[in-house]
Structure formats: structure tokens, C-alpha cells
Write a protein that binds this ligand. Sequence first.
Ligand code: G3P
Length: 217
Amino acid sequence: MKFFVDTADTTAIAELNDLGMVDGVTTNPSLIKKSGRDILEVTREICNMVDGPVSAEVVAVDADSMIAEGRALAKIAENIAVKVPLTWDGLKACKVLTGEGRMVNVTLCFSANQALLAAKAGATFISPFIGRLDDLNLDGLDLIADIRDIYDNYGFETQILAASIRTANHMSDCAKIGADVATAPPGVIKAMANHMLTDKGLAQFLKDAAEAEIKIV
Ligand code: G3P
């Protein structure tokens, strides 16, 4: 499973990228707002840092305007994936932009039917939002599993990009189901390293090392 990092915080991206943990980046208007930076400037910086796809989201709502914004975003760098919402106009924009050879990430997906439409429109990525479904007492992981089944039934090449990931468990659950990509905030990716038995075991090893006066260098 590929790891995308869901942030516009370039410091956090750099730290994970240095560890080889970043296969791509996803942003959205809320994350750009949080960065406090100009969308074109910060997106260009991110594109220069990472080799993989960098999703940058349109803010228009009609297809023609989304296409114009998508073309402008795609000029930033070769690795831009234009992010469009899963509306009827978004699907139209997806079809046109993918027809021009651009990567398109169709976002705000909350149902298997929406994912089926995005695949038919040629989306490069479909972004089902797990956490926001869980927030409503629905099951976001069930949606990932349903989309996996549907895409595999027909050999759709659209990649399932699990989004709105809130916990480290979401990451392993998505990997078990077979999501192609999971995008998560930097804190969630780092939290995957945590285990209380690791902490407990390390504390004992350090205690014993001190008592045995072990020195290596
Ligand atoms: O990738 C989409 C993501 O940013 C949404 O996450 O936590 O706001 O539902 P969240």
C-alpha cells in the first residue's frame, strides 16, 4: 500500500520523505488554509520535494471552471493530481482532465455508487472518506471493502485512495482490505510506530544496559 501524507505542512512532509515514507501528498482547501500559505506557492514547494503525485483541489463548482482551475493547477508541476469533488460536474471535469492525460483524484466519496461513477469517468484515484463515515456511526472500512470488490470485479484501474484516516488502525485495516493508497496526517503515520510493549521492553533493556555498564561506542 502506498502512503500519501495528508497535509500542506512542508516541514512534516520533509521529515517523512527523508524516511522514505512518502509516496505522494494530498491537500485540500482546509489544509491549505491551515498552512496559511498561498496555494500555488506551497503546492509548488511540495511538488519539488516529493516524486509521487501531489493532489491539489479545485474550488470551482461548475465543470468548465473546474477544468480551467485543473489546467492551471496542472501547470505547477508534472506530478500534480487535480482533485475534484464527487459531483456530477466534478465527474465531467474528471473525464475531460483525464482525457488530456492529467492525473485526477475524485474526492469526497461516501458511497460505492459514487466510486463506480468515478471509475467510469476515468479517475486516477478515488478518495473515500473513512473517518467522516465513522463519525456518523457508519463503517468507512466497509466502504473501502465494497469499492475494492467492485473495482476488482471489472478490472477498473482507478486506485482506491483511502482518506479521512484518523487512527493508526485505519492504516493497517486499509492495507488488509487492499486499498491501493492511504493518505493520513503525519501524526497518524508516526503513531503507527507506537506500541506499549516496545516502550516497556526498551525501558528494561536500557535499565539492564546501564546496570551492566554496556558501552558500544
Ligand atoms: O483526505 C481528506 C482528509 O483531509 C479529510 O480528513 O479528518 O477532515 O475527515 P478529515
